[in-house]
Every structure is written in C-alpha cells, then in structure tokens.
Design a protein. Sequence first.
Length: 277
Amino acid sequence: MNNTLPAPLDVRLMNMTATVLFLGCALAVLAVGGGWLLRHPAFSIGRIVVEGDLVHTSALSLRANVAPQLVGNFFTIDLQAARRAFEQVPWVRQAYVRREFPSGLRVQLQEHDVVAYWGAEGSDTLVNSRGEVFEADAGDLEQDNLPRLMGTPERSAELLQMYRQLAPALAPLGSGIDSLQLTGNGGWRVTLDSGAVLELGSGSTQLLMQRVSRLVHTLPDVAQRQGRRVDALEYADLRHESGYALRLRGVTTVSTDAQKAAALRAASRGRRAGQNN
C-alpha cells in the first residue's frame, strides 16, 4: 500500500511563491507589450475615408480640418469625440465614424440640405429641410431664390411647415413668398416677392389658411373694381374678423363680407329698377 505524504509546508510555500512570481512576470510582460502596441506608429490614425453626397464640403478639406483634432490611435481614439469634430464642420449635419484596422477611420457624412435663409438679411444662418437652423457660408449657395424665415430658433420647424402651406395657397396671386415672420406676439407676417406685405394675424393653421383663401379668391374682383390688377397689391391686413383691409397702389380700400353683401343688394335693386322701367 502506497501512502502519499503531503508536501512539507515550506515546499508548498515555495511553489505558491513561484506561481505568483510567474503570473506577475507574465502580467508585466503583457502590460509592457500592450503599452508598446498602443503606442506603435503603425496604429496611428493615418487614413480617413469620407463617404456621402458632399456638395458644399470636400473630403480633402474635411480631413485637413478634422485630423488635427483627433486624439489617440486605432485602439484609443474616442469615436464620439471624432463624430462631434466632424459635425462641427459647416454644412455637416450628421457624421457616423467607425474604425478600420489597422490605422484608419471610415466616416459617413450627411450634409444639410438648405431650403431657406434664417433671420435678418445678411445672416449666414440657414434652415434645412427638417426645419433645423444651422450656420454656414451663405455665399456657397447656388440658389438665389430661397425664402427667408424669421422668428425664434426653437420654432424654426413650425415656420418651415407654415411656409410650405402658405406658398401654394398664395401662388394664385402670381408672386412667391420672399419672407415669413413669426412676430413676438405670435402673429404671422408674409412679404411677397413683389414687396407686398400680408398681416395674417395669429390663430390656428386652419383659421390662417381661411383668411388667406378669402384674400386670394376675392382680391381679383376687388382690384378690378378699383381699376387695378392683383399685382398692384401693396399691403393687406387679414386680421379683421369679417374681411380684410388692403392697400393697392394709388388706392386704399376695405373689403369685408358685410360690404360685399351690401354691394350685391345694391346691384340687385338696380336690376329690379331697370326691369320696372
């Protein structure tokens, strides 16, 4: 019968010490090797691939402007910080950044698609198709017929939505919208390409569109009665409950539902008088 005697205590302690020392050395080697690996020039960011439909920004200028702001290499770079750096470039709305081994980044960019100017004349602030306000060099724009929206930035999407409803509604007047303003008291003001100013007042979208519809459908007759055409319109105040006040070049008049009804009654009386005679 073979009996295995336990190793003496000092032997067990020596074995444990050797194991600990071995593990410590292995970890030290890994740490040194990892540190060397992380600092090795082969993993420095040296290649940035830019993708996306770029109109106002070139991939070359993007790389030149953003690369100095990137900190770290393939392993240590903060992708969220890199994304923010790209999105600070004018015209860039959104950026998606991912690593490409061993030393590259691939960036997918989305530019702002501008639909309007924002704010006072001469401002470099613009509005994209989502109603978001952003800053860029307006001189880069190829379009010269964009409308101007004015109001508080937090209501920019509302302004764009209102413009999209008003533009086709006012089209029969033969003049596009030059600017749309949401005033401090919540009223809407439209300036047409012809220079005519329309005070729409405040209220629900449905109410405002009813006011515009009334103007569009009655203005030709009102202007004709004054010996003018629609393009003679200089100013219209649609805030009246029963009609609107307007100014034509050389003429100032008011058109209300009550006045139109009175005119129709007078015309009817005139026709009856002629028949009796």
